[in-house]
Design a protein around this ligand. Structure first.
Ligand SMILES: Nc1ncnc2c1ncn2[C@@H]1O[C@H](COP(=O)(O)OP(=O)(O)O)[C@@H](O)[C@H]1O
Ligand code: SF4
Ligand SMILES: [Mg+2]
Length: 351
């Protein structure tokens, strides 16, 4: 049996979709049961094998719901998610259990998956034990190897979660999923709870492991600076829908959607942009309720360049430039305006 540390050949073909999301809707009943939360409301995209897809958006835009659905922790209400071409909802139980190992998730809260009464080594071994992978001794051996691979010394093995820092616990969580040799890891705000000074180290660890094991990542965050350097492509979510999706450099250097432009303008770190205005676009108000989202374009109640058509008609999801998708009636105009800085004049300014 292959050891956990034996690396996988990274596929040269990064175009194969390992995840295919079609017309996805995920609805929840409201607490009083009288209404419906449209957490994900019509989303289409692919994730290519071996890539890192960054997903950014404000809190409440449906990112966690989407991430959980990608690893089959939530079922689609409508539409479909294919994992390596397979619809997991059609698999018999036994096959599903085996299939699901390939699709893992790491959460924001480093404690979420760790049992406070289990030692670190037992926590790392647990997922492999649950699926009956290997023997007791091979699992221990693989557990120590996985701990070493995520940068934790063997002395950590007998400790308990409360004796570790947040960053160390997040490394343990990574070791846990590595034990299953997954194809895809959804990382949901994995560094958000960590001290800023150690975020870079943990992100570098993710990058190293991707190269070594040929992993595919979906990196979810509300903080664009986290994904700007590590993503091959970036998707921007707002109120249960995608606003923009494209190659990371394109989305960051020449964003097509007013929402992305606003997110980037608020970004404190300097991004490598020739087009960025020096004026900050302040997004006013809160994200509206996903129980009764605005008609037409979801972003219209906060969009600095809104027009009447935005209220009447939902913008189509269209590929405005090769591999660069956007949902805005006026994206082409925005782009032209943005490039000669005029858009800033239309936007409410701050800073
Ligand atoms: N199990 C649930 N029941 C009801 N509403 C939910 C549930 N899970 C998420 N939501 C709602 O769906 C919306 C999207 O939530 P979430 O996916 O957590 O967004 P994000 O991760 O972008 O902050 C929020 O309004 C949230 O309150
Ligand atoms: S469709 Fe209209 S409201 Fe929506 S982002 Fe474009 S300009 Fe703004
Ligand atoms: Mg979330």
């Amino acid at each position: 049996m292959a050891s956990v540390l034996e690396s996988t050949q990274v596929s040269d073909n990064r175009r194969d979709p390992i995840l295919t999301v079609r017309n996805l809707r995920i609805l929840f009943p409201t607490r009083d049961g009288r209404d419906t939360v449209k957490a994900i409301d019509g989303v289409d995209f692919d994730v290519h094998a071996g890539e890192t897809l960054g997903i950014i958006g404000e809190s409440g835009s449906g990112k966690t719901t989407l991430g959980r659905a990608l690893v089959s922790l939530i079922q689609p209400t409508e539409g479909q998610i294919l994992q390596d071409g397979v619809d997991p909802t059609t698999l018999p139980k036994g096959q599903l259990r085996k299939h699901r190992r390939d699709y893992q998730i790491v959460f924001q809260d480093p404690n979420a998956a760790l049992n406070p009464r289990m030692t670190i080594l037992d926590s790392v071994i647990e997922p492999a034990e649950t699926i009956g992978k290997g023997s007791d001794s091979s699992r221990r051996q693989d557990g120590f190897a996985a701990l070493a691979r995520v940068g934790l010394s063997p002395e950590m093995a007998d400790r308990y979660p409360h004796q570790l820092s947040g960053g160390q616990k997040q490394r343990v969580n990574i070791a846990r999923v590595l034990m299953l040799r997954p194809k895809v890891i959804v990382c949901d705000e994995v560094v958000a709870a960590l001290d800023v000074s150690i975020r870079g180290d943990v992100l570098n660890l993710f990058a190293d492991l991707q190269r070594e094991f040929g992993l595919t990542y979906v990196f979810i965050t509300h903080d664009i600076s986290v994904v700007s350097h590590i993503s091959d492509r970036i998707a921007v979510t707002y109120l249960g829908r995608l606003m923009e999706l494209g190659p990371a450099e394109d989305v960051i250097d020449a964003p097509l959607h007013p929402y992305t432009q606003a997110l980037l303008s608020a970004e404190p770190i300097s991004l490598p942009s020739t087009m960025r205005t020096n004026r900050r676009v302040i997004l006013e108000g809160e994200i509206p309720s996903p129980v009764s989202p605005p008609s037409g374009c979801r972003f219209r109640t906060r969009c600095p360049v809104v027009q009447q058509r935005c209220k009447d008609e939902m913008p189509a999801w269209r590929e405005l430039k090769p591999a660069h998708w956007v949902a805005c009636h006026f994206a082409a105009e925005n782009r032209a305006q943005h490039s000669n800085l005029e858009i800033a004049l239309h936007m409410k300014q701050g800073g």
